[in-house]
Design a protein around this ligand. Sequence first.
Ligand code: EPU
Length: 338
Amino acid sequence: MKIMENYSLKSLNTFGLKVDAKYFTVVASLDEIKQAGKFADKKAVSLMVLGGGSNVLFRDDFPGLIIRNNLKGISVIDETDDLVYVKVMGGEVWDDFVSFCVGNDWGGVENLSLIPGSVGAVPIQNIGAYGVELKDSFFELEAWFWKSGEVKVFSKNECEFGYRSSIFKKKLKGEVIITSVTIRLDKKPLLKTGYGAIENELAGINDRKRTVNDVRNAIINIRRSKLPDPVELGNAGSFFKNPVVSSTKLSKLKEEYPEIVSYQQRDGNCKLAAGWLIDKCGWKGKMVGDAGVHTDQALVLVNHGNATGNEILILAKEIQESVFVKFGVELEMEVNVV
Ligand code: EPU
């Protein structure tokens, strides 16, 4: 296992921030994971696993060991007439896995097409888009505990999935590396096209002839039309979570803003579209130095070239402040600030 020193993370975080890791290594086996853990122990530095670097904001250089998960492999581990269980290693690119499933006509993850990042990172924030979350097709995962060297299998319940959240973002933050994820896919999939824009994209295709591939293509078109490609413009997708408020709070907001975008939750509360709130505060397309708010989706903060993590964070805090002043609603960051 090779350990690099003062290693640039610019191409390894989708914000394109120019930061260095004191130490950097790539792990491709359990043995290398062990060695990496020992190295961090010996140097008495913190360690952090980086997958696709698509949900992280580095404020500064990282003083410890950054570990890139490069465990590869996709295998079918069980199958019935209706279902197939696929084990995918943590270092695989998430969208390559989605493409693999869609290529086999297996349904369950097609709405999660084109989400940047690696497989090992997707359970951490229970990725979600267009009416589907990872937890809907998640079966189990394997994780390696840095401290004890124990490998544990986590069932869906044990992952404590929530909206862009899991036990790995809370209680077990920084404690494990997710080595593999097992997903349960449908051989006779029911397509989920409820999200308005998907139906528009599929309008030309007969209801009964639609395939998971049609849904994947529709999602890809929608995402490309709204969300910036990190290769062209640094970003980490939605920067904030959509906030949840009580129905009383929503009624009050509606008196002043009848057009406010909200989604009823099962527990009686309502989720508000953070992008709409930020947009209404006039932030869309704004720039402070090279840190900016995307022109087509106000929920996405972007790096126009030379922004630092701190500059993006300052912009994020100004946005939180103005949304709070105007609507009395607190925005929580979705991106992992390091
Ligand atoms: N809106 C505005 N102005 C904006 C942005 C949005 O008025 O600048 C309005 C839209 O018109 C729409 C509503 O807000 O009525 C919601 O917008 P959108 O459909 O783009 O979805 P979102 O709630 O902003 C969430 C996820 C995205 C996911 C999309 C689609 C979160 C934090 N974000 O965004 O996930 O792709 O729904 O399902 O839940 C991510 O997590 O990184 C991410 C991109």
